[in-house]
Design a protein around this ligand. Structure first.
Ligand SMILES: [Fe+2]
Ligand SMILES: [Fe+2]
Length: 190
């Protein structure tokens, strides 16, 4: 794959993840105000990010980061931090998923506990994406070659995106509908 195309796809995935985080944020605001957020869809957002972002997007980045480091050792501090953040995001999302499951099973769980974990997740994830967009993608466009992208693809074979791809996975149908509606509303208001 050409570097320009790979970087564009990389950026597009970030935009989709950001949209899901916005959705989660909106639901958390309803929660904060004592209303009834859609816990199922919130759980599906986290499930998708665990099963797609944590398993494919982040591992692919880890491979790309290593290749970039070989070319530009000065990137080490940023890259080490981002790789560490992949692990933190993974841990926090498991916690948030568990809390959302607990809520759906009517287990008692303090509101503040859920809010704290969700807020950490949102702040952390958004800043992670923002750093990659500002510090890494422009560098990748300069440093990475077509052969590098072949190495990334060989290390982490891609899988169809089960939420935004052509075939929507059964578990994500409702979320897909919701996100698609929001995207359309956003486009109409733009
Ligand atoms: Fe990342
Ligand atoms: Fe990323």
């Amino acid at each position: 794959m050409k570097t320009a195309d790979a970087v564009r796809l990389w950026h597009d995935e970030h935009a989709r993840f950001a949209r899901l985080l916005d959705f989660l944020d909106t639901q958390m605001m309803v929660f904060h105000e004592g209303g009834h957020p859609n816990y199922e869809l919130m759980r599906d957002v986290v499930h998708y990010l665990q099963h797609y972002a944590d398993r494919y997007h982040h591992p692919r980045e880890d491979v790309a980061f290593e290749l970039m480091l070989q070319r530009e050792p000065a990137l080490a501090p940023q890259i080490k931090r981002l790789m560490h953040e992949h692990r933190v995001i993974n841990t926090v999302s498991a916690k948030l998923y568990k809390y959302l499951e607990d809520i759906l099973e009517d287990a008692f769980i303090a509101r503040e506990t859920v809010e704290a974990v969700a807020a950490t997740y949102l702040v952390y994830y958004r800043s992670h994406i923002a750093s990659e967009e500002s510090d890494i993608l422009p560098q990748a466009a300069q440093l990475m070659t077509e052969a590098d992208w072949a190495l990334v693809a060989a290390a982490i074979p891609s899988t169809p995106d089960p939420l935004f791809g052509k075939e929507v996975g059964a578990r994500y149908r409702e979320l897909h509908k919701q996100v698609a509606l929001e995207m359309r509303a956003g486009a109409e208001n733009a």
